[in-house]
Design a protein around this ligand. Structure first.
Ligand code: PBG
Length: 339
């Protein structure tokens, strides 16, 4: 006769012991979760990007960036004071000039809007937060590229470096403490460092936007600065496909004398950020760019995500990946929640 089939499951399964290792123990209460949190965001590690526009008498809204303004000099002063009050660590200034030309002449004019704004913000809040300036030509050129063009219309690296040197000196003269080199020209950190030192600005720091990718997420920023760009920046900003290259760019900037390096955008490049943070001898920052903010705002406005939780989660994730500080349009609001 065929052997009887035992319908009972194997003994092993029936007698399995309850787990003794229970990670959920450290998630039981808000107090416990707070105690064991590995990453914290402090207001001092947040930097507010801010726009100032020449020739307007009232601040203007930016359609794709809810809550972000093109400031007048006066409203920018107030925004800087508010940021300082919130405990934010720094402000990064971007200028929108009234007149543009092929060489971005307004960029190194001491009376150019960015340099005027820098003086205003330094006198208003320079003791309470680190006043920083974007060092790039795209806001100032009539063609919208980050550098000057050669006869064939290509962005000319070394001629652009001469413009960056002049901008650096003008920005440091205006009182900027930290220059954000966002143009992605080869050799820009070394060129600017040399120009600053020759002009007696040894104490002005240089932030290399080292691993800056040619990103669709800069879309709203282009509206914020009334960008004149047609085409794209793929001949100087990095290909989103490249991870190893991000580390190489950061290493080059450190070798050229960058005091801080940055990865940008942040949320789609957390792997690059983690790579750079693992080996960088200098602080590593990340920029939660306009399009990243816009995605959160748009989804939240539709009721699809919880706005505050999404902002908090995004910034803590950028820090967890390795950022020492984060540029974010949410900096002041987030600092308020943290407090
Ligand atoms: C260049 C610069 C850009 C941003 C910061 N610096 C624009 C670009 O590279 O096209 C984008 C920041 C953002 O999207 O929030 N001056």
């Amino acid at each position: 006769a065929a052997p009887a089939i035992d319908p009972a499951p194997p003994r092993r399964t029936r007698s399995m012991m309850p787990p003794t290792v229970r990670p959920r123990r450290l998630r039981t209460t808000p107090a416990m979760r707070r105690l064991v949190a590995e990453t914290r965001v402090h207001p001092a590690e947040l930097i507010l990007p801010a726009f100032v526009r020449e020739g307007i008498s009232e601040p203007r809204a930016i359609g794709s960036m809810p809550g972000v303004l093109q400031h007048t000099l006066d409203s920018l002063r107030r925004a800087a004071a508010d940021a300082a009050e919130a405990g934010v660590g720094g402000i990064m200034l971007f200028g929108v000039p009234a007149v543009r030309d092929a060489h971005g002449s307004a960029a190194d004019d001491p009376e150019g809007i960015l340099n005027l704004a820098t003086r205003a913000v330094v006198s208003e809040a320079g003791d309470a937060l680190v006043v920083q300036t974007d060092l790039c030509l795209d806001e100032f050129t009539d063609h919208g590229h980050c550098g000057v063009l050669d006869a064939r219309g290509a962005v000319a690296n070394d001629a652009t470096l001469d413009r960056y040197r002049a901008m650096a000196v003008a920005q440091a003269d205006a009182g900027s403490a930290l220059l954000g080199l966002s143009g992605m020209m080869d050799g820009q950190v070394a060129a600017v460092r040399e120009a600053l030192d020759e002009a007696g600005h040894q104490d002005t720091a240089v932030l290399g936007y080292s691993a800056k990718y040619a990103s669709a997420f800069y879309g709203p920023f282009r509206e914020a600065v009334d960008s004149q760009l047609t085409g794209d920046r793929r001949s100087y900003q990095q290909d989103p496909a490249n991870r190893r290259e991000g580390l190489r760019e950061a290493e080059l900037d450190v070798a050229e004398g960058a005091d801080i390096v940055m990865v940008k955008p942040a949320m789609s490049y957390l792997d690059v950020l983690a790579d750079v943070a693992a080996t960088s001898p200098v602080p590593v920052w990340a920029y939660q760019v306009s399009g990243e903010a816009a995605m959160i705002e748009a989804a939240a406005a539709n009721g699809w995500i919880d706005r505050r939780r999404a902002i908090e989660e995004s910034v803590v994730s950028i820090k967890r990946a390795g950022a020492d500080a984060v540029l974010s349009y949410f900096a002041v609001e987030l600092a308020g929640w943290i407090r």
